[in-house]
Design a protein around this ligand. Sequence first.
Ligand SMILES: C[S@@+](CC[C@H](N)C(=O)[O-])C[C@H]1O[C@@H](n2cnc3c(N)ncnc32)[C@H](O)[C@@H]1O
Length: 231
Amino acid sequence: MFANSRAVFSAQNAPHPDLSAVLARHRDREFQKPMAACNHAAFLEAHRRWRSVAPDAPLVLDSGCGVGWSTVLLARRYPMCFVLGVDQSARRLQRDKSRLGVMPENLAFIRADLTDFWRELAGAGVRLHRHYLLYPNPWPKPAHLRRRWHAHPVFPAMLQLGGLLTCRSNWEPYIEELALCLRWSGYAPVAGIHAPEETSITTPFERKYHASGQILWSLRCDLESGAKEGA
Ligand SMILES: C[S@@+](CC[C@H](N)C(=O)[O-])C[C@H]1O[C@@H](n2cnc3c(N)ncnc32)[C@H](O)[C@@H]1O
């Protein structure tokens, strides 16, 4: 069951032809979807936990953390930071974590929709130290382009959060498209193949894809250095 994950199949094998037009539209128009009260409450709770445990600690965000393995590993890797693992699935967040050992104190798991949560953080002027986006749903059907984070109207708010962004995917076009959107937004992403090591931050999806012999793609981008002029 474990090592039998099939590679992503799609009619799209390269960046989507509409990508630059979609990015430009989202850059020029504010994302106006009203924010849900539950996501505002989740943001307030996250802020309270962060400030009560480690008021001055830089923030690391594990967006779409799933069952939270990576959140725990990140909290251990960055003991001087506070780590938020955010996911919309209560079922995943509540999954038993006892196999991960003693839970670090510098983390919180928050159930929220990132399309609101990122805007809440950006609206409050929060800047991240690190931002992890590990194996986001690839939405590989060409018609689902706008569901991918870089082609979603929330993308400009995500960029506003800053920090060193790390994204990994088992679908190369996702990383290629994200890299293009970052370049078009004035940043300098570095993308390549990700080879998991014993010491790397890993997730259940990464383990499954790796055990199934799939190539894993990775992107890193410093969003702190700001957009280049003229971009
Ligand atoms: C493919 S899973 C990857 C989970 C984990 N990062 C891993 O690698 O094991 C994608 C995760 O993103 C979460 N997700 C998708 N859209 C989301 C949204 N709008 N807000 C919050 N979480 C979301 C899903 O619930 C799911 O847990």
